[in-house]
Design a protein. Structure first.
Length: 290
């Protein structure tokens, strides 16, 4: 198979797993998201730590795991809110563990140890960023997956995924058709292939998809809120993509991983959602739509 076929096949499998698990049951979807969050956290730390700092990476993974699991269990009405204090354990452990980490090959002379600690200090931000950047946005989705008594309501999150994915397709098609050769670059210093033509194509696709979801009654907000929500998801999805591109460019990495043939890592697939979903959920909560 050529690269396009491989990319299409793995992309289709990804969509089936996400949508299928979301519609199947909350527990299955929760397990899928836990696995995805752990993979994305590992990808993020593998890039930023270059596969060193094994203990700190493990504790950061525990932090991501704990954040999502506590949100899921709380909104699933399985645990008391007091258990959220458990989050303090892995976050405290992350900062303590960095004291004992050192780069491979560091010897015992004072200058070498000093350089090692300097390096550790510079990298402490990544251990905190990873769970907040990756686990927290998807943890927040639990606030719209369940009602106040724990009933499962997947339609809103499913709609958000559909709007996001359709905007990606629209941006790609418009970008290839109108922006590839003579288009106007959106952010050339970070993502040279993105164009304003693709941007507006993605926006149009997001709005059309949102309106279709409204008329087939997948979501029941007013048309004004649908337009606003679709716009928020698209715009912050673009920012999410650019933020991850900047992160990879800083470390000279093309893909975050290789778990998805033709696409790269899971972080490459979920990057748009990491900023789009928290902003969309904030909109829903502020206007008391759920």
């Amino acid at each position: 198979m050529n690269n396009t076929q491989v990319r299409s096949l793995s992309g289709t499998l990804f969509l089936i797993i996400i949508t299928g698990s979301l519609l199947w049951s909350p527990v299955i979807f929760g397990l899928v998201m836990l696995f995805s969050i752990l993979i994305m956290t590992k990808e993020f730390l593998s890039i930023s730590f270059k596969n060193s700092y094994k203990t700190t990476t493990f504790i950061s993974l525990v932090g991501s795991f704990t954040i999502y699991l506590l949100f899921f269990l709380y909104y699933y009405n399985s645990i008391d809110i007091k258990f959220f204090w458990l989050i303090s354990l892995p976050f405290t452990g992350m900062f303590i563990s960095i004291l004992y980490e050192k780069e491979k090959g560091t010897n015992n002379n004072n200058q070498s140890f000093k350089n090692s600690y300097n390096e550790n200090y510079l990298k402490t931000g990544f251990i905190l960023i990873a769970p907040l950047y990756i686990a927290l946005p998807f943890s927040l989705t639990n606030t719209i997956l369940f009602d106040t008594v724990g009933n499962y309501m997947p339609n809103i999150l499913l709609s958000m995924f559909i709007i996001l994915w359709s905007s990606d397709v629209g941006a790609y098609l418009f970008g290839i058709t109108f922006g590839q050769k003579n288009g106007h670059k959106l952010f050339p210093s970070i993502s040279p292939k993105k164009s304003w033509e693709g941007f507006f194509g993605g926006l149009i696709s997001a709005l059309i998809t949102g309106i279709i979801l409204y008329y087939i009654k997948i979501i029941s907000f007013s048309i004004v809120h649908i337009v606003a929500l679709s716009t928020i998801i698209f715009i912050f999805g673009v920012f999410g993509d650019l933020v991850e591109s900047l992160f990879k460019r800083n470390f000279g990495v093309k893909d975050s991983g290789n778990i998805m043939p033709g696409h790269g890592g899971l972080l490459d697939r979920f990057d748009s959602a990491l900023l789009a979903f928290p902003m969309a959920i904030a909109y829903l909560k502020i206007f008391e739509l759920i």
